[in-house]
Design a protein around this ligand. Structure first.
Ligand code: PLP
Length: 397
């Protein structure tokens, strides 16, 4: 670790800046280099062999490991308080790699209906091809999820808060039920980030992230991260080194740079999102607001117990359905209308073109996603400017 001390007990923001940084600094550089080299050369064949066997630290080939990527993995390992961490080309590579590496034909997975659209496709389309049975439960119904777990379960897959209606699951309660069945618990922590929620401390075995969102924070790099139990991370890493969904060192560097301001960004986004949610709730043109920080949110109590902040994403339904959405969105000055979230800029869009683009209209309706819904990912702009922007667009309806 750092020559001058140990970051393990430091605050999250301190870890975000310093953790994992020291190992590859060259020629007194203060910043981690982007190592583009695909291969790493050895003059001593015995040393080369020992590195290849994993008996000695070092790198062999860029599909497996890379110095820049290793710094990001070490930083995230410490930020999530995990035994181990590995990385992927995208969040979906992390999620699919985790599921494909840990499951086998005949296994049973329990999850929820509200997972990210791509994850949902894995459950509905791809895992059944490998003879993995998937039980998808109503997201808010903890008793139903526990009942499915008790019917036998190899892996419990949770995502909280969910996309796009911000439902919240009790990670500690459901992890305990899964562990009684000997199941592995995986939590998608993308919406919360390690600033707001610690799935591993709440009992999960693995926390998975789309680093593309808040971790990178600048909408300029794709990536995925998996943190958790060393034996499980090793298995998933082994699949990834063979399947080849490796994070690019350039992307790793951009995510590393983004991570340094994660705490500052996410706390600002938490504050702004709560203020904006309260503002929207009071507007006549708005039918409903979904944000776990609102006392009116059905899962507010669980969220308040397990989260340090409620996150930067909220959604709201306009009266007037999709016609109102079509008129409203182009009126916004401070929002990219795009399929992304967690960036420094505010990003807005309807679920049919963002989180749930992979689903059919019938599938979205079955999930209870109103046609007038807008997902609004709050950036780091001044809150008053965002509220003025929303207000002007609402007046234009
Ligand atoms: C975006 C997202 C993913 C997928 O990540 P990619 O980096 O786009 O592959 C998974 N889960 C959640 C919650 C997401 O928002």
């Amino acid at each position: 670790m750092l020559g001058r001390g140990d970051v393990r007990d430091a605050h999250m923001d301190t870890k975000a800046v310093w953790a994992g940084e020291d190992r590859y600094l060259v020629d007194r550089a203060t910043q981690v280099p982007v190592v583009h080299s695909v291969a790493f050369g050895y003059e001593d064949v015995d040393e080369w062999y020992e590195v290849a066997l994993g008996k000695r630290q070092g790198h062999i080939y860029g599909r497996n490991t890379n110095p820049t990527v290793a710094v990001l993995e070490e930083k995230m390992r410490l930020m999530e308080g995990a035994e181990a961490a590995t990385s992927f080309a995208t969040g979906m590579a992390a999620i699919s790699g985790t599921l494909l590496a840990l499951l086998a034909p005949g296994d049973r997975v329990v999850s929820i209906k509200d997972t990210y659209g791509g994850t949902s496709k894995l459950f509905l389309e791809f895992l059944p091809k490998f003879k993995v049975e998937v039980a998808l439960c109503d997201t808010g119904d903890h008793a139903a999820i526990e009942a499915e777990i008790n019917r036998g379960c190899k892996l419990l897959y949770l995502e909280t808060p969910t996309n796009p209606t911000l439902k919240v699951l009790d990670i500690a309660r459901l992890s305990a039920a899964a562990h009684r069945q000997g199941a592995i618990v995986v939590v998608d922590n993308t919406f919360a980030t390690p600033v707001n929620q610690h799935p591993l401390a709440l009992g999960a075995d693995l926390a998975v992230h789309s680093a593309t969102k808040f971790l990178g924070g600048h909408a300029d790099a794709l990536g995925g991260i998996l943190c958790g139990r060393a034996d499980l991370v090793r298995e998933v890493y082994h699949f990834r080194e063979i399947n080849g969904a490796t994070l690019h060192p350039e992307a790793a560097y951009l995510i590393l740079r983004g991570l340094k301001t994660l705490g500052l960004r996410v706390r600002q986004q938490n504050r702004s999102a709560l203020e904006i949610a309260r503002y929207l709730q009071a507007q006549d043109q708005v039918e409903a607001v979904f944000y776990p920080g609102l006392e009116s949110h059905p899962h507010h109590e669980v969220a308040a117990r397990q989260m340090e902040g409620f996150g930067g994403v909220l959604s709201f339904a306009l009266k007037g359905g999709f016609g109102a959405v079509r008129r409203f969105l182009p009126q916004l000055t401070y929002a990219h209308l795009a399929a992304n979230l967690g960036a420094v800029e505010t990003v807005a869009g309807p679920p049919r073109t963002t989180s749930h683009v992979e689903l059919s209209e019938a599938e979205r309706a079955a999930l209870g996603i109103p046609e007038g819904l807008i997902r609004y990912s709050v950036g780091i702009e001044e809150t008053a400017d965002l509220i003025a922007d929303l207000s002007a667009a609402l007046k234009g309806l």
